[in-house]
Design a protein around this ligand. Structure first.
Ligand code: SF4
Ligand code: SF4
Length: 302
């Protein structure tokens, strides 16, 4: 049934406790206590095809939103069929590692055959379906002497000592207002996929093109004007609140010269009156970038 919603694999894991040192996302660390009806936690793998490495539209977040609604529809169907099931946000990487499924990667993500690291995980507590074992799902670490992600990461978050969460852009991009150092290096809306594009585990995956609907929704000028409704519907409202997409579009447009300077000036001026601090601060960044680009063009004699 999960397959009907795009999930490629489902692992039924024990609802065992997972102690965490810190728990900023308020994950359920004791599923047996939280969901006493559950025989297992069904961890569902939703694979997606990455876009071209230069694409700003985030393949992961489009997939994540689709997977989320797929999970909700699945829960509804199970409930209607008399099977109790509830969303169960557990520490998924730890649960997979404990069950010996896939392999941990140097960039802190996980690889699951045959999807590389290009998948979204959703998990539900379900009654009546006992945990299973998955001896064939173990994967030898592909990392060994590979340094592709280390070399690709623009923040130095991966080195011979391991992965440094405090240097990774991903957690620092969770709020709408990004630091300028992130605006200078960000490649895709909402999150960072740079190390995943570099990873040979993902190299053989089929690529996809964003749909015409996504192209239209993520048009930089449209977003920079504050019209983010369509894009927010595609990536999910919780991932795009407080003017986040508008702020990111302004930064991309100025940094990469995506909108003619005269028009961008108008958009920056309008953004300066936005109710969202992230949009106002991105407008300041964009104005600085425009000035820098103009100075550079003058120097280059253009
Ligand atoms: S790029 Fe290489 S080192 Fe990094 S996660 Fe992929 S396989 Fe591992
Ligand atoms: S997500 Fe981005 S910042 Fe984080 S490790 Fe990967 S490339 Fe580096």
């Amino acid at each position: 049934m999960a397959g009907e919603y795009g999930f490629g694999k489902v692992f039924f894991l024990p609802p065992a406790a997972v102690p965490l040192q810190s728990n900023p996302h308020r994950l359920v660390t004791d599923p047996a206590a939280e969901f006493p009806f559950a025989a297992s936690i069904a961890v569902m793998v939703f694979p997606y095809a990455p876009f071209n490495a230069n694409e700003r539209i985030p393949a992961y977040y489009l997939a994540s939103n689709t997977a989320y609604f797929g999970m909700k529809a699945l829960i509804k169907r199970l409930n209607e069929a008399g099977v109790r099931a509830e969303k169960a946000e557990i520490p998924l990487k730890i649960a997979l590692d404990r069950a010996g499924i896939g392999a941990p990667l140097r960039n802190s993500l996980r690889a699951v055959r045959p999807y590389g690291s290009r998948f979204v995980l959703m998990s539900i507590a379900v009654e009546g379906l006992p945990p299973l074992e998955y001896p064939d799902e173990a994967l030898l670490s592909p990392c060994k002497s590979c340094t592709a992600c280390e070399r690709a990461c623009p923040s130095g978050a991966i080195d011979e000592e391991g992965f440094h969460l405090d240097r990774c852009m991903r957690p620092r991009m969770e709020t709408a207002d990004h630091e300028d150092s992130i605006r200078d290096r960000q490649r895709t809306y909402i999150g960072c996929e740079i190390c995943q594009y570099a990873c040979p585990m993902n190299a053989g995956l089929p690529k996809a093109e964003p749909s015409p609907e996504a192209r239209e929704a993520f048009d930089e000028e449209r977003l920079a004007m504050g019209d983010a409704k369509a894009a927010r519907a595609l990536v999910g409202r919780n991932m795009s609140s407080n003017g986040r997409l508008t702020a990111e579009a302004l930064a991309f447009a100025a940094r990469d010269g995506l909108i003619a300077p005269e028009r961008l000036d108008e958009l920056i001026e309008a953004a300066g009156a936005s109710p969202f601090p992230a949009v106002r601060s991105a407008a300041e960044y964009a104005a600085r970038k425009l000035r820098e680009n103009a100075r550079q063009a003058e120097k280059d004699g253009n």
